[in-house]
Design a protein around this ligand. Structure first.
Ligand SMILES: C[S@@+](CC[C@H](N)C(=O)[O-])C[C@H]1O[C@@H](n2cnc3c(N)ncnc32)[C@H](O)[C@@H]1O
Length: 261
């Protein structure tokens, strides 16, 4: 992956792109007047992260372009800000101030919801193992402008970490985070999930391991939550109780931590 900017970037945007490249240890490619395909072939690479004034996108000639955008996360965040409920937050039993570890950050929509509902006293850490997706997310969370102050503030509060969740979970002390959340790539994709299909090309699609769940249970104080396709065998295989919701194609499964033990 190389990191570049759009045509004729502001100095501040070029500096941001350069800093990000340095932090990630990947080449910074000044854009000049070059087309993206020329730039990629000059660097002998096939993937570019393009830093823009208020956004960021991921490009590969053979794959759909992926832009940082909280999409449904923004719609859900607005509902939560109005005091409406959200099934994920209910499944997690999250109250403002709780700490959350989102083990499968993706485009950060769920992490945004946790940060909006959790408020300023909460802490939300979002882990992403794919380097291009991590780069998209860390830059997007830091600079995306949604038009809503509360949403932008929540995006900026999320601590995005490039890590495989099993390694990260193993490093955590017992009972150190209120909620641990998993939303892995579904074993059988939902055909009409427009939000997730462009992400699939860049994502880690490994199945969730029993060891990750057991480390999550050790680290969690309140609950471990799994999102999967409704009726998925993953709930039973990994020990989650599926919460069925009428008329939905996805479900949340929960392992509630017994706080007396
Ligand atoms: C279905 S997406 C998550 C979508 C996310 N909940 C959202 O709201 O945008 C799953 C993400 O988890 C990442 N992932 C899968 N396995 C992982 C692992 N072991 N550690 C960290 N991230 C992982 C994938 O790369 C992908 O980006």
């Amino acid at each position: 992956m190389i990191i570049t900017t759009g045509d004729r970037p502001l100095t501040e945007v070029a500096a941001r792109a350069e800093r990000l490249a340095e932090r990630l240890g990947v080449p910074y490619a000044p854009r000049g007047n070059q087309s993206m395909s020329k730039l990629l072939s000059r660097y002998g690479d096939e993937e570019a992260l393009v830093v823009l004034l208020q956004g960021v996108r991921l490009l590969r000639p053979d794959r759909p372009q992926l832009q940082f955008h909280p999409s449904m996360g923004f719609v859900r965040a607005k509902r939560v800000l109005k005091g409406e409920s959200d099934p994920m937050l209910e499944a997690a039993g999250m109250v403002p101030g709780d700490s959350v570890l989102d083990c499968t950050a993706g485009l950060g929509a769920d992490a945004l919801l946790f940060a909006v509902h959790g408020g300023e006293r909460s802490s939300v850490t979002a882990l992403e193992s794919s380097l291009p997706l991590y780069a998209l997310l860390t830059e997007g969370m830091a600079h995306y402008a949604s038009g809503l102050v509360e949403v932008d503030a929540a995006l900026r509060r999320i601590n995005v970490v490039h890590s495989n969740h099993l390694d990260y979970l193993r490093s955590l002390p017992d009972n150190s985070v209120d909620i641990v959340y998993f939303d892995p790539m579904f074993r059988e994709p939902l055909e009409d999930s427009a939000g997730i299909s462009p992400l699939r090309a860049y994502a880690n699609s490994d199945s969730l391991s029993a060891e990750s769940v057991s480390e999550a249970v050790r680290a969690a104080r309140k609950a471990v939550v799994l999102k999967e396709k409704r009726g998925s065998g993953e709930f039973g295989r990994l020990g989650f109780a599926e919460l069925l919701r009428p008329g939905t194609k996805t479900s949340y499964g929960v392992i509630t931590i017994d706080q007396r033990s």
